[in-house]
Design a protein around this ligand. Structure first.
Ligand SMILES: [Zn+2]
Length: 90
């Protein structure tokens, strides 16, 4: 779900209002509201117990489920490439 889509609907509603196209304005505004409701429902929730969480929270306060994706592990970029060389294997 994209916030920009809802914003566009709102902008359309506004411009329709300004042009006096009220039915269209209401139409766009209600679309924006639907999108906003979707966004609300889609907001950060615990994947396990669906408690509401905040983006910065790492753990669900209710069940302790990790909310945030752990940052991808990046091996330190170094020049030393350690190779596992096994050569006398007879
Ligand atoms: Zn939870």
């Amino acid at each position: 779900m994209d916030v920009a889509v809802a914003e566009r609907q709102l902008a359309m509603a506004q411009s329709m209002f300004q042009q006096g196209h009220f039915p269209e304005a209401v139409n766009y505004a209600s679309k924006a509201m639907d999108l906003a409701e979707d966004l609300e429902a889609d907001r950060d929730r615990c994947p396990k117990c669906h408690a509401e969480t905040r983006p910065r929270w790492l753990l669900c306060p209710k069940c302790g489920q990790p909310c945030a994706e752990p940052p991808p592990f990046r091996p330190p970029a170094g020049g030393s490439s350690r190779k596992c060389h096994r050569d006398g294997g007879v």
